[in-house]
Design a protein around this ligand. Sequence first.
Ligand code: GDP
Length: 298
Amino acid sequence: PAPAAARPGLLGRLLGRGDKPAVTRRALDDDMLEQLEELLISADMGVDTALRVTANMAEGRMGKRLSSQEIKQFLAAEITRIMEPVARPMPLYPNRPQVVLVVGVNGSGKTTTIGKLASQFKAAGKSVMIAAGDTFRAAAVEQLQVWGERAGVPVLTAPEGSDPASLAFDAMTKAEADGADLLMIDTAGRLQNRADLMEELSKIVRVIRKKDPTAPHNTLLVLDATTGQNALSQVEIFQKLADVSGLVMTKLDGTARGGVLVALADKFGLPIHAIGVGEQIDDLAPFDPEDFAAALTG
Ligand code: GDP
């Protein structure tokens, strides 16, 4: 794919470089607002958000001539305003270990994100442990071990097919004994059998609460930006399966601009802790509302 800067974002399409006709250089009317609305919806920002943003745009501006720059600035400011309250790094607590449960569908980037986070926390002086809780996927366990090596963080594993909750319990015991600051627990992401997955996740939570009734302290849901609108239903599903406390959106380095994050922020208000911007260990960035809005509208 072309580098992000070379691809038109919302405004590029607004100006007619894509398959959308140019809507600027004329007075703001209902037709133009409707085109804007469609544009925002096509960027995955959600119908409610699109309606609200265009309604705000209409206020005091109907019949006025707006330059493309003015429209761009307005949209970017609206998006920034919506996103600012949810742009929050993962909170750290004094609990030892602080238990971070990581959930999400397979392929969303859970393993990679755990590796990147472990590396960041380690660089910040924390002692970190990882538990490879997706015991049914040997490849996932191996992949996590590779990431653990890269991050310089121990990865606790259990034999293939063994009970993830029992691994979680052992990992808690080990993390407590070693005085680890953080224990990150990977989990399975098979949505095909939701009842099984729910049972598995709640058993993990039950078991770690035997060790620490306040755990898990964070439940991170990892979402893949390239799935677009799908992210909305994934949040809904995982909120039922686990008590999601924050989001990480991966693969924002590709063609996906993650417009769905605006819809997510509007609908769920869950904090966005970080974004994945590549496959390397350092490719995890804090979520920056202004940069995000600029990329979306640029
Ligand atoms: P899991 O099944 O949820 O554990 O997903 P993985 O961590 O194995 O990631 C699935 C694929 O997505 C791998 O090929 C990763 O390299 C890739 N991936 C993960 N995060 C990112 C990201 O932020 N950007 C890009 N470009 N690829 C990513």
